[in-house]
Design a protein around this ligand. Structure first.
Ligand code: LMR
Length: 396
């Protein structure tokens, strides 16, 4: 019956997690998936989020509307765009609660493909693997634009700009406003200004995926590119996720925001989003969205939550510093300063695929084949082992 069905080749991130789980070695360390672990190696639930969960309780929840919880949608729009953003007062933002950031990407991708069927999508080289998967799954041809420069461990900024200048109207460019996944290499505010002016001149569609707000710098500055895109009145799509910054991984809490030129067009967009949601999964899950709403709408809990996220950010920075210190001491002839310049959860380590496999086979340390390491998986208990092992494979 199913013999003709193609075997699934697996996912570069999630399949590696499965391999890790099956690894019997007791000292194994996973730095593969983008999950924040605390210094004890546990997935923490911020106290602000726990307080919100306790307020809501786990009693019966009715269906949410197709577009999600109204309060959640309003609060997320304020968090990402800024509470005083004129576009909100003008009702020009269509906001939908989604199944995590992936659900937001899928909903936006389906919408654009349906209403701009000629559009092509470009993602950064490299990007989070599933960006390509989600847009291809929506029917797009997906290409890459120049981004990461392995020589400088920076951005191929001029090449990126030249590339954008050559694209036709309505080309979709998928951008990471902060904490670039997988490299950790971000654009500066000045570079964003330049890029977004080109996006405006060429009439491109910026799709900004923000899954790590608060982990790069501040909630405000991490959203700089998004707010600038709104100020320039670009046809912005913004997908966001509360998986990491509220530890809502399994609850699937995210949102899609679309900036429209007029309130009437925002309603048209919202209507099509509802149509799409109804035909795929009807309505989003209630528990996580309600939790996020309670955190964001209560000024005290919201302030507490932001402070908790900044603690996570600072712990990640401390781990970057420690990795830099140990590796620099072991291999003084190499420059490891990129570890402290990169931002967010991830670091492109510069490890080759052979070195990655050595780490896995000899030391039971899991990083992605691309060399991406989740710095948020490091802690005082494992960092020396990881740094020693990395030094060994770098030195070979
Ligand atoms: C990651 O990049 O590891 C995370 O965003 C988890 C995922 O779904 O891939």
């Amino acid at each position: 019956m199913y013999q003709h069905v193609q075997a699934y080749a697996g996912d570069p991130i999630l399949s590696l997690v499965e391999t890790f789980q099956q690894d019997p070695r007791p000292n194994k360390i996973s730095l593969a998936i983008g999950i924040y672990f605390d210094n004890d190696g546990k997935m923490p639930l911020p106290a602000s989020v726990l307080a919100a969960e306790q307020q809501i309780g786990f009693g019966v929840k009715s269906y949410l509307p197709m577009e999600g919880h109204a309060g959640f949608r309003a609060e997320v729009a304020k968090l990402i765009l800024g509470a005083d953003n004129a576009a909100l007062a003008q009702n020009r933002v269509a906001a939908v609660q989604t199944l995590g950031g992936s659900g937001a990407l899928k909903l936006g991708a389906d919408f654009i493909h349906r209403w701009f069927p000629q559009a092509k999508v470009y993602v950064s080289d490299p990007t989070w693997d599933n960006h390509r998967g989600i847009f291809e799954g929506a029917g797009f041809e997906v290409g890459t634009y120049p981004y990461y420069d392995a020589q400088t461990i920076g951005v191929k900024f001029d090449e990126m700009c030249d590339f954008f200048r050559r694209q036709p109207e309505n080309t979709v460019v998928l951008l990471h406003p902060c904490c670039h996944n997988p490299t950790g290499v971000d654009l500066s505010a000045e570079q964003w200004d330049t890029v977004l002016n080109i996006v405006a001149e060429r009439k491109l569609i910026p799709f900004m995926d923000i899954a790590y707000q608060g982990f790069g710098d501040t909630f405000e500055s991490d959203a700089y590119a998004i707010r600038k895109a709104v100020a320039l009145n670009l046809p912005l799509f913004a997908s966001c996720s509360f998986s990491k910054n509220m530890s809502q991984y399994g609850q699937r809490v995210g949102a899609l925001l679309v900036l429209a030129p007029t309130p009437e067009e925002a309603q048209l967009v919202l209507g099509q989003m509802k149509f799409s949601v109804r035909r795929i999964y009807s309505s989003p899950p209630a528990q996580g969205g309600l939790t996020a709403y309670h955190v964001l709408s209560n000024p005290e809990l919201a302030a507490q939550w932001q402070a908790e996220v900044y603690e996570m950010r600072d712990r990640i920075r401390a781990m970057r510093q420690k990795l830099y210190d140990v590796l620099s001491a072991r291999l003084p002839e190499r420059d490891f300063s990129y570890f402290i310049k990169q931002r967010g959860m991830f670091s492109y380590t510069g490890l080759t695929v052979e070195q990655v496999h050595r780490l896995r086979d000899e030391f039971a340390i899991y990083v992605l084949d691309s060399g991406r390491l989740c710095v948020a998986g490091l802690n005082d208990g494992n960092i020396d082992m990881v740094a020693d092992a990395m030094a060994a494979v770098f030195a070979a």
